[in-house]
Design a protein around this ligand. Structure first.
Ligand SMILES: Nc1ncnc2c1ncn2[C@@H]1O[C@H](COP(=O)(O)OP(=O)(O)OP(=O)(O)O)[C@@H](O)[C@H]1O
Length: 286
């Protein structure tokens, strides 16, 4: 296996707002994390709010600059700001498509601007690429002429995924990308991400506070706590025999887990089950 993303001993610090006496005080959002993510795997990042999941994603795409440690993408040590080819290499889908899409731009314009900016396609090729993107994310081609407000939450998130794919990335980071959706749209978008990962050979980094969703989608997962990675394992192993007390506590917080860990499928917050999306293309249906 080839390592796609290597984070080594990464520290990210932010100033503490309103520190006493006007002194510049720093708080560590990431406190020396090391993570190696392999090409083509789906990797989950889980942990409670504020543990550093989004900061980790921001380090990978170059939106946060570590004060120490190294970041390598596809074997190349990188710095911020990223050069365009590396920006293209790693793309991100955010939690709230309503705020990440410009309300005044039709889907066609959003995608066209990006494709042209990154010189992915032009002229007649461009039209074909736009249609292909709609097909890839399971949207009718007429959605190209829609404004974000014309679309449902699930459709908007598919547009956000199309936007990320428009520049032909190798790595897709989904940061709480299904958290804002209702449970049926969640399942559909999770299935879509699993299909796209397989069909395009993407590396998928899936960030969620919802362990059941990570279990459904990811081959391996890391548990984060207070800016540190405390456990990394195959997802099934993490669920069946967690090594750290903190991981056990997180698992116990999922109602169906109770005090045992060998549970076949964990419930969503809505009480429904998310079975695992496996390599043999088992489907989530709700
Ligand atoms: N731009 C920033 N400026 C100052 N502090 C920040 C900034 N971004 C994150 N933090 C702090 O860093 C810590 C980690 O935040 P981060 O958003 O990475 O956590 P998270 O696990 O993604 O949380 P959530 O699930 O709520 O999004 C938190 O204490 C947060 O307040």
């Amino acid at each position: 296996m080839t390592t796609e993303i290597a984070l080594d001993d990464i520290v990210v610090e932010y100033p503490v707002p309103g520190a006493k006496g006007g002194r510049r005080e720093l708080r560590r959002a990431l406190d020396g994390i090391t993570l190696h993510i392999e090409q083509g795997e789906s990797f989950g990042l889980v942990g409670e709010s504020g543990c550093g999941k989004s900061t980790t994603a921001n380090v990978i795409i170059g939106l946060a600059t570590p004060s120490s440690g190294s970041v390598a993408i596809d074997g190349e040590i990188v710095s911020t700001p990223r050069r365009p080819a590396l920006q293209q290499h790693v793309q991100m889908v955010f939690q709230d498509p309503a705020s990440s899409l410009n309300p005044r731009l039709r889907v066609r314009s959003v995608l066209r601007e990006l494709i042209e900016h990154h010189h992915v396609a032009s002229g007649t090729e461009l039209k074909g690429r736009l249609n292909e993107l709609m097909d890839m994310v399971g949207l009718p081609r007429r959605v190209l002429d829609a404004l974000p407000r014309d679309l449902s939450g699930g459709q908007r998130q598919r547009v956000a995924i199309a936007r990320a794919l428009a520049v032909e990335p190798r790595v897709l980071i989904a940061d709480e990308a299904v958290s804002a959706l209702d449970v049926s749209a969640q399942a559909k978008v999770i299935n879509l991400l699993a299909d796209l990962k397989d069909d395009l050979g993407l590396t998928l980094i899936f960030i969620s506070h919802d362990l059941s969703v990570v279990r459904a989608l990811c081959d391996r997962a890391a548990v984060m706590h207070a800016g540190r990675v405390i456990e990394v394992a195959q997802t099934e192993v993490l669920f069946s025999s967690p090594q750290q007390e903190y991981t056990r506590r997180l698992l116990r917080a999922i109602p169906a887990f109770g005090s045992s860990h060998g549970v076949p499928a964990a419930p969503t917050p809505h009480g429904q089950q998310l079975p695992r999306v496996s390599a043999d293309r088992e489907r989530i249906s709700l």
